[in-house]
Design a protein around this ligand. Sequence first.
Ligand code: PAF
Length: 279
Amino acid sequence: MEKFIKVAELKSRLSELRKDKTVGFVPTMGALHQGHLSLVRQCRSMCDITVVSIFVNPTQFTDKEDYRRYPRTLEADGEILEHAGCDIVFAPAEEEIYPEKDERIFDFGELDKVMEGKFRPGHFNGVAQVVSRLFDIVNPDKSFFGQKDFQQVSIIKNMVRQLNLTTETVVCPIVREQSGLAMSSRNMLLTEIQRKEAAKISGALFYIKEQAVTTPVNEVRDEAIRRINSSPELEVEYLEIVDANTLQPVSGWDEAAEIFVCTAVHAGKIRLIDNVQLK
Ligand code: PAF
């Protein structure tokens, strides 16, 4: 596995490789877990070269404390990627990604006004800044994102269209712990009891899936919120049942062809997100 920290060196290496190979890209913020490894596996199966970036992007954090606390495990991540068969790891310093302050403001219409966008204003603008910059550096044929960040996937697909990029966005399914808890780098910050209780989040979402279409939307939504909040360790920030295309809440099961439930839940200071396709 080759390691790069400088943009110019990575670009020059990739331009050699791209002559006769396809390049796949998995952007990450490190603290790698099985969810990331499933993206790496998918990338390896579809592309000749797998590039993984590790960069904790300051512009997407709306809370300084969350940025400071975000787990950084670069050495362990390198070993994990080596074993996973990654070809190139790119772990730049902040100045490499943002030699100048990125002042770009993206317009995502209603897509970033709801859910994560509503509770973390500016978050998706930061995601779009860093992902567009990384796409510009890596110029991947295909890029791989996890379904866990459901709204992020919509934003990135929209950004790819807006910027006329040619990379194909491949979305990979959520990987769950045995308890059902969606894998996340933030899980390692949970206490033992929080981690156990956090299984109630996916429990509530799968409860909605069982009830979908037969029970009114508001009724199942309220019951799912009640189930999560019944744990003294958890507090729902939002739980929305939405049209998968517009991300706007639906009030009836026939209002959209594809419907998802998405939630963000606080477990103490740690914020967890999850989603399940209902229809
Ligand atoms: O999903 C993430 O880990 C991040 O939002 C991403 C896509 C790597 C951008 O920093």
